[in-house]
Design a protein around this ligand. Sequence first.
Ligand code: NAP
Length: 344
Amino acid sequence: MSNILVTGGSGFLASAVIDTLLARGHSVVTTVRTASKAATLQSQYPNAQLSIKIVPDMAQLSAFDEAVINDPPLKAVIHTASPFHYSISNIKKDMLDPAVNGTIGILQSVHKNAPSVSRVVITSSFAAMFNAAKPAGAKYSEADWNPVTWEDAETPANAQAQAGYRTSKALAEKEAWGFMEREGPRFTLTVLNPSLILGPVPPTLASLEDVNTSNQRIRDFVAGSCRDKCPPTGSQFWVDVRDAALAHVVAVEKEEVAGKRFFLTAGSFCNAEIVAVIGEAYPELVEGLPKGEALKDGQYPAGGPKYGFDNSASVEGLGVKYRSLKESVVDTVESLKVIEKRGQ
Ligand code: NAP
């Protein structure tokens, strides 16, 4: 059993990471931004080996200096916290400062103040791998990098909506590997690059309004709000949150994966497939789902998924057995029903 710090404990992925760590016998320290988020999280784990620290602003490089000092001392850190949304008005303030400074900051704080930490795991993203110049039909793997640089980070093509989020994740991951090379700290780094994460939301979620960015499409299909027009799928790869969480925990536990990055994906999907799963499992929802012409934008492009993928490193190196889209979507809908019922 190890004492492990998880940053951003109020988040969707972090909640599954905390569940997995506790289930595997680790004790957890986590950070949230406010006292009210700490209280909500504590209510989710009334009897668990969980302690919570408040770190209000990770855009400050020294934000985690105190949080990494712990008794008993920390053995590892999993840094999940990073803004994930597409409503960006100022790329620097909204995205780059928290994403990049948060990443450099946690590494610096561990380096300075937590000599007991031997492993750091950072949640990056497929966003840090995406390359618009990649030819159709090519396979994505850990070898792929988003080519965005600091010089072009604030151009309109890189600073808005989904592109702005991708820029923040790509620059944060590049800075993390740069830190390791420059500083040569005692601890090792492993980076995980999940594709779009679907899966059950935590039961303590305040309301359906608070569903995290990647699950919003499932919430909206269930609510019937895409009946007249299915949104485009966007990024074509996906992974279940419980599989992504397990990968983070194994990355902490398994020494051999130090120094590597791992693409986490169960494979390709399109929104029309999510609609089909919901329609089959919940006949009472069929009326509110898009069909026929209204489903067109959510289908695969002619000829099928644009890119191939290679997830063998995560299967072999981290032991991930990826869940099916059907299981993930049904379990997500069930978790959304819990939130909806509580609000009635
Ligand atoms: P989420 O539910 O929105 O969680 C994000 C976490 O980051 C929350 O704890 C949030 O705190 C914290 N955070 C956001 N902005 C912050 C800021 N300025 N200062 C301090 N903390 C901040 O999103 P998620 O889906 O779990 O994402 C977790 C990680 O996975 C992120 O690194 C994300 O980039 C990565 N990821 C997600 C997906 C996906 O599809 N969901 C895919 C690939 C990678 P509050 O609760 O206080 O806002």
